[in-house]
Write a protein that binds this ligand. Sequence first.
Ligand SMILES: [Zn+2]
Length: 408
Amino acid sequence: MELLRGAIRTYAWGSRTAIAEFTGRTVPAAHPEAELWLGAHPGDPAFLRGPGKETSLLDVLADDPAGQLGAAALDRFGATLPFLVKVLAADEPLSLQAHPSAGQAVEGFQREERLGVALNSPVRNYRDTSHKPELLVALQPFEALAGFRPVARTVELLRALAVSDLDPFIGLLDGQADADGLRALFTTWITAPQPDLDVLVPTVIEGAIHYVGSGATEFGDEMRTLLELGERYPGDAGVLAALLLNRIRLNPGEAIYVPAGNLHSYLNGVGLEVMANSDNVLRGGLTPKHVDVPELLRVLDFAPTEESALRAPTRRDGFATVYQTPAEEFAVAALHLDGDDLGHQVDAPCPYDGPQILVATEGSTTVYAKSSTVTLDRGAAAWVAADDGPIRLSARQPATVFRVTVGL
Ligand SMILES: [Zn+2]
């Protein structure tokens, strides 16, 4: 077991305070820090803080895949860590995006290889052959747009804008209040000629300004999000598309699970994001990065979804809160030490005989593995090789450590 030093990604939508504060560095940071990567993705691996020198987790896995990953994970996923853990800090909205299914990822990767698009090209969509299911657990209040809202409710929202230019689009949904209607409307908007968008988007924003000014509250959050997105990305079709998505507010500890094909945009907040070890993103707007609308349309799932269906259910298992997802690549639990568990060592057996990444989010926890003992203060992370468990934990004050391991 070793302490892990994550790799920080400095995207413009990041925060100058959240990740720096979380990891105990000087605040504010020199650049907006968006993501802290804790994993073995070739794009940005984490480093083990061994005695004397740091070693890339990628190199550690390559040297001893069976010991580090365990025979079962090695057999299922090959000599690679199947999951990636990120601390995500969004001061501004992230792009409107979706991730491919496993089959789409293989097909897309091979297609772009055949076309000779360089792996590091900014226009490359498929950087690996993996799907990318993701779980986002809020560490601080977190807001997101995710999944197409049930159509009847979206029609109410569009009517509340009281913009006559929207009438034909409302008609599209009224005629077919299902995935086909959403596909028709989303496709119309996302492929609309820019001169049309330069008229429609400001008109819709005017409607939202009137709505908020009237003191109406039913769709207050949705309208404020529309205004924020419209200010940042005037004339962007993604501003209209955002009207079709569930607007979700997560309290700390609450989570959403984003399956393949789910259209989403994270708006703001700090969270722990766990995903299959992939960087495959298809963007539809709200970003200066590469947007590929035809490819996005190929992978999107237009089935309307209640926001409650996107929330990851949890179950209590001793001192663990287990996030229940169908993902095979990862399993996530928050281990809370409190009450009778304080002041002595408690067993924390891993549900899967594989590697573990631990991230402390509250208090100070001492972790005992076979090879060593480390103390994780808030913001610290550790790598526990498969052959170094099971672990035991102890804390004097209430403390929380997130554990990510391989899914069952
Ligand atoms: Zn995503």
